[in-house]
Design a protein around this ligand. Sequence first.
Ligand code: GAR
Length: 195
Amino acid sequence: MKRVAILISGGGSNMVTLVESMVGDHAARPCLVLANSESAGGLAKAAALGVPTAAVDHRPFKGDREAFQAELQAVLEAHQPDIICLAGFMRVLTASFIEQWDGRMLNIHPSLLPKYKGLHTHARALEAGDTEAGCTVHEVTAKLDDGPVLGQARVPVLTGDTADTLAARVLEQEHALYPAVLKRFASGDKALLEI
Ligand code: GAR
């Protein structure tokens, strides 16, 4: 059985769908939910699902990313994950950390990459007049929101959409896409999934 650590910063709705998916014939099980703040709402949800939790607060490190990442790494190593899933983890990770998990770390991003790397993806899609939006699961490499795409899901942009209504429509698809990609990835399948 593969062991999966999930990194979060906020409410953790993607984390919940990932945890709930790892049952039955799934090749992986959750081993840790790790947040960069004790106040991340997802920590209580993970605990309620019976998953070990931990928090490494980035703030005391005052911008020293390497020191923050060394602490993240220590906590992760203690739980021996085979796969790391970033699920709304809102800290930028540097190459030194990412290299330690090369080929074993996934991220979900709320846009159809390579469009709209970084923040405010939905507002940018609306501003550009896009007629469709969506989300992407990709392998994490040293470049932000880059790396081989493993899956994408698309939604229409509707008349009258705001960033919030579009985000909600995309999030629904995130909850379908990420578990589906993780299930395939955990069993060694890296072929592109489009839903
Ligand atoms: C999700 O929409 C995820 O795609 C996004 O944050 C949200 C987290 O929601 N991630 C990023 O923007 C990464 N740059 P959740 O905590 O409810 O899963």
